[in-house]
Design a protein around this ligand. Structure first.
Ligand SMILES: Nc1ncnc2c1ncn2[C@@H]1O[C@H](COP(=O)(O)OP(=O)(O)OP(=O)(O)O)[C@@H](O)[C@H]1O
Ligand SMILES: [Mg+2]
Length: 352
C-alpha cells in the first residue's frame, strides 16, 4: 500500500519531481490563514527523470536536498506525487458485508482483473467513499494502483534528501485539491474548470466538476521542443537557453524567430487537446482555464489562448489568497508561481 489515503501529518512540504526541475513548497497554517513559508526550484539534468520515471535517484535526492537548504528552515514531513500516467484510478462497487481484512483481499481479486502487471509489482491503495447511490448494500471504493517501482523511487528520493516522505500522492489529486482551493467559493456550482500544465516534457489537462477531476489527459509535449530548436538554430547550449529563460533575457530575434511560432504550436496543442475533451464528454463548455508549468510564462500566451478558445484563461497563482512570508521576494514569486502549482497542490493536502 503506498499511502495515497494516509491521514494528515503535522507539517508538510510538497515536493513536485518534474523532468526539468524539482519544486518544493512549504505551507503552514494559523487558524484559517495559510502561509507560504518558503519555496525552491532546483534544476535537474535531462538524464535524471526519463518518461516520468526516476532514473538517477542520487541526483534527484541531491536536488531536493539543495531545495531544502534554499527553503532555509528545518523541514521534516513531505509529500510527493507520481504522475497520473503511472497510475490506474478506478471506482469499484463492493458488498459492505466484508470485514476490513476481507475487503482488502476482495479488492486485490478485483484489481487483478484490470491491472496489466503482476500484483506483486504493484502498489495498491483504496478508500471507502461511502454507500453506492442506488444500492446501499454496496460500498463505493476508490482504488489507486501504481507500479511499486515508481512509488519506491520517488519516496526514496525524498527520504534520501533528509525529509520524511509521509505520503506518495497522485499528481491528479494534487491538481484537484489546488483547483478546489482556488475555486472554493464556486466548487458546488455547475462550472467546469480546467487546469492545463505544460512543463518541459509533458502537457497535462485536467477538468474539474464540483470538486472532482472528471477528465485527465497527458501527452508528450513541452518546452524541450523549443529549447532544442533554440539550441540547434542559435548555437546556444541547452543550459544557456534555460538560464536566459530564468533571467528573462531572451533576445528579440529569438523571440520573433522561434518563440512566437512555438507559442502558436502551444495554442494549437491545447486547442486540439480540448477538442478531445469535448468529443469524449457530454459536459458543458469550460468556464475557465488555469494555465501552469514553465510554458505558461511565454509572453502573450494567455491573451492568444483566450482569443482562440473564447474562454477565460488565467495564469495559476496558487498563493493569491495565502499570506506570503515577508522574506519571500514577491516579484520573483509572481514569476515562479505557475510552476509551483503541483507542489502547492501536494502541500495543501495537510489542510484538506
Ligand atoms: N519564458 C519561457 N518561455 C518558454 N519556456 C519557458 C519559459 N520559462 C521557462 N520555460 C521552460 O519551462 C520549463 C520548466 O517548466 P516546468 O518546471 O513546468 O517543467 P517540469 O515540471 O520540470 O517538466 P514536466 O512537468 O514536463 O516533467 C523549463 O525547462 C523551460 O524550458
Ligand atoms: Mg511539471
Amino acid at each position: 500500500m503506498f499511502g495515497v489515503f494516509n491521514k494528515k501529518t503535522a507539517t508538510l512540504v510538497g515536493v513536485d519531481i518534474g523532468s526539468s526541475s524539482v519544486k518544493l513548497v512549504v505551507l503552514s497554517r494559523e487558524k484559517r490563514t495559510i502561509f507560504l513559508d518558503s519555496y525552491a526550484v532546483v534544476g535537474l539534468p535531462a538524464s535524471a527523470i526519463v518518461d516520468g520515471h526516476v532514473q538517477e535517484l542520487g541526483v534527484v535526492a541531491e536536488a531536493i536536498e539543495k531545495g531544502v537548504k534554499i527553503c532555509g528552515s528545518k523541514l521534516d514531513s513531505a509529500i510527493t506525487g507520481v504522475p497520473s500516467s503511472a497510475v490506474i484510478i478506478k471506482h469499484l462497487d463492493i458488498s459492505n458485508a466484508f470485514s476490513e481484512a476481507e475487503l482488502e483481499d476482495q479488492i486485490k481479486i478485483e484489481a487483478d482483473q484490470f491491472i496489466p502487471y503482476p500484483l506483486d509489482e504493484v502498489a495498491i491503495d483504496f478508500e471507502v467513499q461511502g454507500p453506492h447511490s442506488t444500492n446501499p448494500e454496496l460500498n463505493r471504493i476508490l482504488l489507486v494502483a501504481c507500479r511499486n517501482n515508481d512509488v519506491i523511487q520517488r519516496e526514496a528520493s525524498v527520504n534520501s534528501a533528509g525529509l520524511n516522505c509521509r505520503v506518495v500522492d497522485v499528481d491528479t489529486f494534487a491538481i484537484e485539491r489546488l483547483l478546489s482551493y482556488l475555486n472554493r467559493e464556486s466548487v458546488e456550482s455547475d462550472e467546469l474548470v480546467a487546469s492545463v500544465d505544460i512543463g518541459a516534457s509533458t502537457m497535462t489537462i485536467n477538468v474539474m466538476h464540483q470538486g472532482a477531476i472528471i477528465y485527465n489527459r497527458e501527452q508528450g509535449f513541452g518546452s524541450n521542443e523549443l529549447t532544442n530548436s533554440i539550441h540547434i538554430q542559435c548555437g546556444m547550449s541547452v543550459e544557456e537557453v534555460e538560464q536566459s529563460f530564468r533571467l528573462n533575457e531572451i533576445s528579440i530575434e529569438i523571440e520573433a524567430m522561434l518563440i512566437e511560432p512555438f507559442r502558436d504550436t502551444v495554442v494549437q496543442q491545447i486547442s486540439r487537446a480540448l477538442q478531445f475533451y469535448y468529443s469524449s464528454n457530454v459536459q458543458n463548455q469550460l468556464s475557465k482555464i488555469y494555465l501552469s508549468g514553465g510554458c505558461s510564462s511565454i509572453k502573450g500566451l494567455v491573451e492568444l489562448l483566450e482569443e482562440e478558445l473564447g474562454i477565460t484563461v488565467v495564469l495559476t497563482n496558487p498563493f493569491s489568497t495565502m499570506q506570503v512570508q515577508a522574506k519571500i521576494n514577491k516579484e520573483r514569486l509572481n514569476k515562479d508561481a505557475p510552476v509551483l502549482a503541483k507542489a502547492c497542490g501536494l502541500a495543501l493536502r495537510f489542510f484538506d
